[in-house]
Every structure is written in structure tokens, then in C-alpha cells.
Design a protein around this ligand. Structure first.
Ligand code: GTQ
Ligand code: FE2
Length: 355
């Protein structure tokens, strides 16, 4: 058989298999990339932009059935409801007197309070009072509503594992029958029970995959960070602390990790890859991160993304200590056996940190 005839036969064969919803491995094997090549790109949303949008949103959009939450959409992803392939972050605004009605969903959610004290998220009817720098949890399928009974605007960053939930075809959502679930539990009750570090109530037997502590106060977080300020910390992350489940020591939520990190004045951290994505909020300070070769200058209030496997390094170039709050998909990645870290070695080659 001569070559042209053979190719004709192969083309016919390809058409035949494609018409029957079949593809050859030889046609698609390049998708087995040597390492992750996410469509999500490194990106930063600057505080000046976010603050201006926050102010404008107050008059431009009411809190209707949906919350006034501006979802940060990764420019590289075709799915607009995604900041990374697994997580979405948003900036939410609640004005004095407003109530965001009670609902629940299978994605887990966190709030990190950016501006304003005294508003609340009620989780299963338990009011959790929010202060700047606090981390508030809304575990998967828990009824929640938000309210602002203060005289000032409150702003927070939301983080949810929406894209992960969608990828796993696990999205469930429901509205509560009435606007607000009865607030019939002690205010900040979870903090009274679980907010005392290593001291846990013995009479409560149940443990859940999510943390029973609904708020991690900034006061405690800051105290912990600065108590460790003189330690070496991580060469990649500085003084980095994970918010943990008080009963298990595991992550606060089963899918989404939350962490805070102190990058000291003058500190320059090392570069590495992580299989898993993160979204950072700059709580204070200023500096520079290089993500996949691109320089991102950051300052207070900025939000930026490190997609999976992007080579990234952070440096504090400012005049004060810098603090990041971040969310990541590492708990999900670890449970599924996908989590990896890879450090760039001094010789320019690679060296495994976690093989
Ligand atoms: O405040 O409950 O940014 O359900 C996205 C979905 C916030 C919320 C978001 C939500 C919420
Ligand atoms: Fe929600």
C-alpha cells in the first residue's frame, strides 16, 4: 500500500470515530501535561479600584434576593464565576439597615472583614459579630444571613469553593422561607465554646468536618503572628499560620484552607510552585510578588491570585511589616492526593520539597 492511500484511510477512520463520539489517545495525549497548565492567570485587583467600586455599588445596586457581592473573575478563565479553577473571591458591601436574606448552599464560604465593625453574619440562627480582620466561616449547607445594624458601611472579602463545587457537580442552593432565620441562639456562642485555643468543652461529643468555631478574631490572630515574629518561619511564606479546626487541628473547612502570614519588613521569600491555587488579600504593608515571571506590586487592600503551579515569590519592599490573609484549595488537594510543592533550586534546576 502506498503512503497517500494509507493517510486517506486514517482520515476516514478519524471521521468515523469522531462521528461516534470517540477520540484516539494519540489525538489528545498532549493534555497529559508534565505539570499543571491552568487557564487561570496571575492577576491583581488594586485597592483603589475595589474601593471606588465599593462606594459606587452602594447607590448602583440594591441588596435584593442576592447579596451585593462583586465576584472577582479571572481574565484567563471562560467561566466568569471563578477567581481560580477551584475558588472564587468577592467583595461584599452591606449598608446601614440592610439585611441579606437567609439562604444556604453546598459551597463553603468564608468572610474576611476589610472595613467596618459591628455588622453580623448569622449562621444557623447564631449571630456572629464581625470586626475588621476577623475571619467568619459559613460551612457548607448552613443557613446564613447578613445584617448591618450599625451606622456605617461594612465591607468584607468573600471566599467560596464555587468552581470546585461545580466541577464536582455538587451545587445545591436554597432560600429560607422567610427573610431571616430566627436569631434564637446566643450571640457569638461558638466563640464562647471554641474560641479559647486548646481548651475545648468536654460535654459536646459531636465533631464535624468543618470547624465549630465560626469566628477567628483579628485580636488573637495578630497576637499569634507577632508572638512568632522572631522565628525563622517558612522560607517561602514567612510567618504563615493556618486557621485550624479547634477539635481536630485540621483545616477550618474540609475543602478550603485559610491562612494569615507575616512578611517582615525587608523580608524576601523564596520561589516555589504549589499544585493548588490561592487568593491573597493584603491586610497591611506593601511589597512585590513575582508570579510566573510577572511582577505584581501590592499594597493594603489589594487582592491577587496565584494559580496552580505558578512559580511565585513574595517580598516585602515597604517600610512596615506586611500581612496577607489568603484562601486556598489545599485541603481538597491534599485529601485527593494532588497536593505538591516544588522549590526552584539554587542551580536553576528543580528540587522536590514534597515529592
Ligand atoms: O454572602 O452568602 O460572594 O452566597 C457569593 C455567594 C457571597 C454570601 C458571595 C454567597 C455569598
Ligand atoms: Fe451565601
Amino acid at each position: 500500500m502506498n503512503a497517500p492511500d494509507q493517510h486517506k484511510t486514517e482520515d476516514a477512520f478519524h471521521k468515523l470515530i469522531h462521528d461516534n463520539s470517540i477520540y484516539g489517545l494519540w489525538e489528545i495525549a498532549s493534555q497529559m501535561t508534565p505539570h499543571p497548565r491552568p487557564d487561570a492567570i496571575p492577576h491583581i485587583w488594586k485597592a483603589a479600584l475595589l474601593e471606588s467600586l465599593v462606594q459606587q455599588s452602594a447607590t448602583a445596586v440594591p441588596v435584593g434576593d442576592e447579596r451585593r457581592a462583586m465576584q472577582l473573575s479571572n481574565p484567563g478563565l471562560s467561566d466568569i464565576w471563578a477567581t481560580t479553577s477551584t475558588l472564587v473571591a468577592a467583595v461584599q458591601v452591606l449598608l446601614p439597615g440592610e439585611i441579606a436574606r437567609t439562604h444556604r448552599h453546598s459551597p463553603s464560604a468564608i468572610r474576611f472583614i476589610i472595613k467596618g465593625d459591628g455588622a453580623y453574619t448569622a449562621v444557623e440562627g447564631e449571630k456572629v459579630i464581625m470586626h475588621e480582620g476577623d475571619l467568619v466561616l459559613t460551612p457548607n449547607w448552613h443557613w446564613h444571613d447578613h445584617g448591618n445594624e450599625t451606622d456605617h458601611m461594612v465591607v468584607w472579602m468573600d471566599g467560596l469553593d464555587v468552581p470546585l463545587t461545580k466541577a464536582l457537580n455538587s451545587m445545591f442552593f436554597g432560600m429560607y422561607q422567610v427573610k431571616q432565620h430566627p436569631h434564637d441562639k446566643p450571640v457569638n456562642g461558638s466563640q464562647a465554646l471554641y474560641g479559647h485555643g486548646r481548651l475545648s468543652p468536654t460535654w459536646i461529643k459531636e465533631s464535624s468536618p468543618y470547624s465549630p468555631l465560626m469566628v477567628y478574631s483579628w485580636e488573637q490572630t495578630q497576637e499569634a503572628l507577632f508572638a512568632m515574629r522572631d522565628r525563622d518561619g517558612s522560607p517561602f511564606e514567612g510567618i504563615a499560620l493556618e486557621y485550624t479546626h479547634p477539635l481536630t487541628g485540621g483545616p477550618a473547612l474540609p475543602t478550603m484552607g485559610c491562612q494569615v502570614q507575616l512578611i517582615r519588613k525587608g523580608e524576601k521569600l523564596k520561589a516555589r510552585h504549589v499544585a493548588g491555587s490561592s487568593i491573597f488579600h493584603v491586610k497591611q504593608g506593601s511589597g512585590r510578588s513575582i508570579i510566573n515571571g510577572k511582577v505584581f506590586e501590592w499594597g493594603k487592600g489589594d487582592i491577587f491570585v496565584v494559580p496552580s503551579w505558578a512559580l511565585h515569590e513574595h517580598a516585602n519592599t515597604g517600610a512596615e511589616d506586611a500581612i496577607f490573609f489568603s484562601i486556598n484549595d489545599h485541603p481538597a488537594m491534599k485529601k485527593l492526593g494532588f497536593y505538591r510543592e516544588l522549590e526552584l533550586a539554587d542551580n536553576g534546576g528543580y528540587q522536590n520539597v514534597i515529592p
